[in-house]
Unconditional design. Sequence first.
Lengths: 258, 258, 258, 258
Amino acid sequence: MDDEPIHVTVWGEYRHEQSHATVANIYPDGMHAAIATGLRQDLGETVEVGTATLDEPEHGLTQKVLDRTDVLTWWGHAAHHEVADDVVDRVQKRVLEGMGLLVLHSAHYSKIFRRLMGTECGLRWREAAERELLWCVNPGHPIADGLGEYFELPHVEMYGEQFQIPPPDELVFISWFEGGEVFRSGCTWTRGKGKIFYFRPGHETFPIYHDVNVRRVLANGVRWAAPSSSAIYASGGRNITTPLAPITGDHEVDTSLH
Amino acid sequence: MDDEPIHVTVWGEYRHEQSHATVANIYPDGMHAAIATGLRQDLGETVEVGTATLDEPEHGLTQKVLDRTDVLTWWGHAAHHEVADDVVDRVQKRVLEGMGLLVLHSAHYSKIFRRLMGTECGLRWREAAERELLWCVNPGHPIADGLGEYFELPHVEMYGEQFQIPPPDELVFISWFEGGEVFRSGCTWTRGKGKIFYFRPGHETFPIYHDVNVRRVLANGVRWAAPSSSAIYASGGRNITTPLAPITGDHEVDTSLH
Amino acid sequence: MDDEPIHVTVWGEYRHEQSHATVANIYPDGMHAAIATGLRQDLGETVEVGTATLDEPEHGLTQKVLDRTDVLTWWGHAAHHEVADDVVDRVQKRVLEGMGLLVLHSAHYSKIFRRLMGTECGLRWREAAERELLWCVNPGHPIADGLGEYFELPHVEMYGEQFQIPPPDELVFISWFEGGEVFRSGCTWTRGKGKIFYFRPGHETFPIYHDVNVRRVLANGVRWAAPSSSAIYASGGRNITTPLAPITGDHEVDTSLH
Amino acid sequence: MDDEPIHVTVWGEYRHEQSHATVANIYPDGMHAAIATGLRQDLGETVEVGTATLDEPEHGLTQKVLDRTDVLTWWGHAAHHEVADDVVDRVQKRVLEGMGLLVLHSAHYSKIFRRLMGTECGLRWREAAERELLWCVNPGHPIADGLGEYFELPHVEMYGEQFQIPPPDELVFISWFEGGEVFRSGCTWTRGKGKIFYFRPGHETFPIYHDVNVRRVLANGVRWAAPSSSAIYASGGRNITTPLAPITGDHEVDTSLH
C-alpha cells in the first residue's frame, strides 16, 4: 500500500476561465490545472494526479476514472445544476466505498456536497476583496501539518456563518474576515468509508490556488482523505438467517411479510 | 412557549396492518394509532397528537399539516418508494427549519432518512424472534429519562451493525442481540435547526409499541426533538454587501461573474 | 419535575470587586450578584438562585449546598489556586452525577474546568477594549433561543484561538474580534450525566453581565444544563458475576488475581 | 518524516506476570514484551519499540524517554495508585504536545486515562471466560484496516456498559458478550495535539495479546496515533498586546488587574 501513489482526480467546472479575462489571467489553464500542479509539486511521487472537467463526456468522471480515483477534489460555481444526477450518484457511491472527497470553496453548493450532507449548505457572502485570517483550532490534525497558528489571505471573497452544514466531525480552521464575519473554513466528515474535507478558500478572481499555505492544506487534505483502511464495508440490507450465537427462544415467527 | 402543547404528527405506512392478520391482531387500528395513543397517555396535556398515513392525499402531510407540526414520527417498511419526492422535499425543509423527526425501526430505509443522512442506511437483519437488551450509554440524555441501565425486549427482529449512517452526534442506546449482533439503537443528529432521533425497536409482527419502555423512549424523544430555540435560521445564499466592520483594502473587485 | 424550580448556585471569586474601584463601580455587589439577579429576572419562578463565594467557609460549596444544586455557575480569575482540592473533587463528583455547570470567561483556567476537560485550557488574550461579534452557528440549540444571527459587545477583553480544550460536543457561538482573532465562545460537553457549558464573555472591567444578550444566553444555559434525565448512572467498578444470558463456555477461570 | 521510524514505548505494570503462574505461563517475559514483539513483527522497520515498567526508576518513563516517544501504550491493573503523580503529569504534558497514547484494557482505571478524560472511567465486569464478538462500526478508520465485519475472542473477561467516559470523538468497535452486555471497545479522543485510543481486549489470564486480530488493531493504533502534524501548538496563556488588525475603539482600558 505504501509504495502505490495516491490517485487523485482534480475536477473543475472550467467555465469562468474560458469566459472571463480576469480569471484567465490568473488561471490560464484553468483552476483545476493550477490545483493539479500544486499537488504534483507538493506531493511528488506519492501522488498521480489527473484532471476532469464539466464539459467532457460524463464530466470526465466515468466509472472507470472513479474506480481508480483515491481522492477526488471538486470545484464548481455557476453550473452546479448542469452536473448530471447519475454522475452524482456514481460519485456518492464511490465516497461511501472509501474514495476521499475535497470540496473546495463555492462547491459548498454542489450537488454532491449537498447530497452527502443532507442540508442546504447555504452561507453568507460578500465580494469586497477583504482580508481573511485562517486560524488553526486543531493543530494535531494531519490537515494542519506544517502550519502556524494562523495564515493570511490578503484579498478574498468573504464566506460567513451561518454555514448550513451538519456539525462537522472535526473542525480544523476558523476564518476571520475584515468585514466582521467568521466561518468554519476547514471541516471534515465521514460518510460510509469515505472521508470528506471542505476547505473554504478558492475564489476564481483571486490567485488563491497559488498561495503556499492553501496549497499545503490541499496537499495535506489529499493525504488525509486517501483510503487508509481495507476493512470490509458491509453494504445494503443483509438478511443473515444464521446467527453467530444460539437463539433459544421458542417464539413463532411470521416471516410472510418479507 | 411553555403552555402551548407540542404538536405531534405520527406518520405510518399503514399497509401491513390491513393486509396481514398477524399484524392486525397486534395493531388493530394501525401501528400509528398505537404510537399516538402511547404518546397521549404518557405526555397528556403537553402534546396534541395527530396521525397521517401513506394512502391519504399527499400522504396526509400537506404543507398545512407540516407547518403546524413540531415533531413528526415516521414508520415505513415496504412502500418507501411510494412516498412522493415532493413530500420528502417538504418534510426535509421543515426539519431544517426546526421540526423534530423520530425515525422508527424499518424507516431507516425511508427516503426522508436517507436524504437527511446522505448515506445508504443499510444494516444486517434477521427475523428469528430473538431476545434484545438495550443498554443506555448516555444516562444524562433527556431521551434516557426514567430508564435503568438496560431494558429488555423478549422477541424482536434483529438489526445489526454495520449500520451505514453518519457518526451520530449522540449515541444513547446500544442493543445486544441473542444471536451475536450489536446495534446503535438510539442515535441523534442535528440537521439545520431540526433534531433527529433514530430508534430501532418496532417490528410489525411483535407488540413492541405496547412495551412500556419503548413508549417511554418515544415520549422522551418527542419532548427532546420539539423545537427549543427561536433563534434565526439564516437560510440560502445571502449576498451581504454592507460589512459590519470597515474594509480598508484598496483591491479592485471584479464582480462580473455574479 | 416540571413544577419544581431549578436550583442554581452562582459562584464568584468576589475579590476584584472588593479591591478595585473600576470593578466595584460596575458590580457594586459583586459579579455573582449581577448574574444571580439576571437569572432571577429572566427565569422568574422557574429558578431558585443562591450565591457562594471563595472566602466563605468551604467556598460556600458545602456538600449540602451542592446536593441541592441543579446548576452551578462558576466565575474565577486571579485566585483559581486558592480553591481547595477537596471542593473541586466534590464539584466534579456532582457534575458526573448530573449537576449542570456553566463555566464563565476567565474560569477557563479554573481547577474544576481543567479537571473535567483533561487539557490545559489556555488561550490567547488582549485587553484593549475591542469590539466582539458573537456568531450563532447552531441556531436550533436551546442555548441560542431568542438570538439573531449574531450579537455584539462593544468593548471586551479579547480571547483568541488556539483554545486548548477537547473538541466540544456542540459548538454554539464563534466570536470575531476587531483585532483579528476568533474564538469558540460557546461550547458544550457532557461528563457523566452532567452538562457543561463554557461561555466566553464576562470580563470584570466591562459591564458584560448587564448586557441583555449575555444574560439571555446565561438563562438559556441554565435551562439547558439543568438535569433532564432520572436514568441510572452506573458508577464505579461493578463486578457482576451473574450474567443476563447463559454462558456456555467450559473454560477454566483463574480469579486469583482479584 | 516518512523515513524515520515511529518510536513506541510499551509500558507495562509487570506484576501479575511475576507473581502468578497462570499469567507467567501465557506471558513469560511480561505482557509488555508480548505487545512489543507483536508490534515489531507487524510493523517491521517502520517502528522502533522499547519497553518500560512500573518498578524501574521513574517507572521507566524519564523525560528523556518520553521526549523521544511518539506513541506510548499503557497496560496497568492492580497498581494504578503506585504510579507517581509527577510521571502522570509528564505523560499528560507529552500527550498534549502530540504523543499518541494507547490505553489497554484495565488501564481504563489508570491515573493517566482518568486525568485525560476528566471522568471516573468505571465499568461493569465479570470474569467468566465468556465469548466476545467485536463489531467494527467505522470501517473507513485506519484502526480498522484489514479487519472484517467482526472478529471473535473465545474466552475473555467481560467489560460492560455503562463505561463512564466522555463521548468518544470516534467509535470504532462495539463488543458483544455472551453474558448479555455490550461495550464501546474501541474509542478515540483528541487531547491537545495528542491522539488517544482505548482498546478493550487484554486480560492477563487469557492469551489476548497473541491473537492476530488484536495485534493487528494495536499495530493500526500505533500508526494512527503517531504524530502526523508539525503545526504549532499554542500553549499556556498568551498575552498578545499587538493586534493583527487595527482596533479603532477609544475606550479606556483599566489593566491594573493584571
